[in-house]
Design a protein around this ligand. Structure first.
Ligand SMILES: Cc1cc2nc3c(=O)[nH]c(=O)nc-3n(C[C@H](O)[C@H](O)[C@H](O)COP(=O)(O)O)c2cc1C
Length: 431
């Protein structure tokens, strides 16, 4: 069947009419947030059928953009289209916070560029009309291997913050990890996601506070505590500092000094005595700390930020249940090592004993496939969903997830994979 015949006929026409109607409704000034959610769900639901065919795009209403910047989520052709829209929507300092890497942003750029050095081997004559993209991790089933990485302070990007992200994640069944310094409580995020979320922990230098954070997350049903281990020093976020100069607002009006002030808008610290805490990032954490945490974490313990086989081997010795290969999206050290290039050494060291996830620079469905082919169990995305959030709230996040999922399904079919387990090293070669 050709692309053209697949996309034509009465059902494609009905779908296109339905989408046009939903878009009309979404643009209406009388829309309530609940109705907007329902529309975002309906738009996302049609992703993998006729809408995925290029000829439908040609038949859809003309989507003019001002200065090439999209003004509605459905105008986006890929996730990159959301970044300029987010930049337009945000004050310069908040956009700078989202965009920044460290030093010259070289590791940030390297993360994505590295995917272009990996090529995909397409296979033919396999019936791929029905594929299954679901993955099960720690007994929890997700509709897709694309998870949402923990990103702090999402209230800086949109008033609905992590709540909007969680609702969008629910639509496609994406797993979600909530940051310790999120703008929304784990109880509210879990409710919006309609399923337990993983909780990412920045340990404090007061064990009582750290323990209380873990207990609260577990009481909310978090199956995994994700300890981030890559922020053990200061960092030079030059892009943030530069863009801050363009911001006419007074940052100190909101960002007062001192730990208590820093976390005053972070609900996970509500009701906690934080007077003994000095910071979250320079706590002198060692493997002893992982042991101590292992003893109190009842569910799974995950380390995020591992980038070498030595540390992966050590993690296994300390009873860690999964690893996330990550350099914090190029926001930790300026190592110049893209995470996709260090993934194989971690996968080899782990040797199938625990799941290995990876993040950093994932922007295309093909990027996701490459990581799975190199042995990742799942991948996480950070900035792309925040661009969607900043620009359009929940429908923006839903569109980002839909676009990446659609691209992923397309390339999965091209390598002849019917299930995630079918994606293996044969699917890729190094350029
Ligand atoms: C604005 C911002 C805030 C972040 N906050 C956290 C955080 O609180 N905890 C954490 O472990 N990682 C944090 N990260 C890193 C992400 O979890 C993830 O590793 C990274 O964004 C992946 O790279 P990508 O943005 O290229 O997809 C943050 C990233 C960004 C961009």
């Amino acid at each position: 069947m050709s692309d053209q015949t697949q996309a034509s006929g009465p059902s494609a026409a009905r779908l296109s009419d339905r989408r046009a109607f939903l878009r009309f409704l979404a643009a209406s000034p009388v829309m309530t947030p609940t109705a907007m959610s329902a529309i975002a769900a309906a738009l996302a639901a049609g992703s993998s059928d006729a809408f995925a065919q290029s000829y439908d795009v040609l038949r859809a209403p003309q989507q003019a953009t001002a200065d090439g910047i999209i003004s509605a989520p459905e105008q986006a052709l890929n996730v990159f289209d959301f970044e300029p829209a987010a930049k337009k929507a945000l004050p310069p300092a908040h956009y700078g916070y989202l965009a920044s890497g460290v030093d010259g942003d070289e590791t940030l750029k390297a993360n994505h560029e590295a995917f272009s050095r990996i090529r995909i081997r397409a296979r033919r004559l396999i019936d791929v009309r029905k594929i299954d993209t679901s993955v099960t991790i720690f007994g929890q089933k997700f509709g897709t291997p694309i998870m949402l990485a923990p990103v702090s302070s999402q209230g800086a990007f949109h008033p609905e913050a992590e709540g909007a992200v969680a609702k969008a994640a629910k639509l496609k069944g994406n797993g979600m990890i909530l940051s310790t310094v999120g703008s929304t409580s784990i109880e509210d995020v879990t409710e919006a996601r309609g399923a337990p979320v993983w909780y990412m922990l920045y340990p404090t230098d007061d064990w009582t506070v750290t323990e209380a954070l873990v207990k609260r997350a577990e009481a909310a049903g978090a199956p995994a505590i994700v300890l981030t281990v890559d922020r053990q020093g200061g960092r030079n976020t030059e892009t943030l500092f530069r863009l801050r100069r363009e911001d006419s607002r007074v940052c100190q009006d909101c960002h007062l000094g001192g730990f208590a002030n820093e976390v005053s808008r972070k609900p996970m610290f509500d009701d906690l005595d934080v007077t003994k805490v000095t910071n979250l990032y320079g706590t002198g954490m060692t493997w002893d700390y992982v042991d101590r945490l292992r003893k109190i974490v009842k569910g799974k313990l995950v380390l995020k930020g591992i980038v070498t086989h030595e540390d992966a081997e050590e993690a296994l010795k300390h009873g860690v249940d999964a690893i996330i290969v990550s350099n914090h999206g190029g926001r930790a050290e300026e190592s110049l090592y893209p995470t996709i290039d260090v993934l194989p050494e971690v996968v080899k060291a782990v040797n199938g004993k625990v799941p290995v996830l990876v993040d950093g620079g994932f922007r295309r469905g093909t990027d996701v496939l490459k990581a799975l082919a190199l042995g990742a169990t799942a991948v996480c995305i950070g900035r792309p969903y925040c661009w969607g959030l900043a620009a359009f709230g929940e429908p923006g996040v839903a569109a980002v997830l839909t676009l990446m999922q659609r691209e992923f399904e397309t390339i999965m079919k091209q390598v002849g994979a019917l299930r995630i387990e079918d994606i293996n090293a044969d699917a890729v070669t190094r350029a």
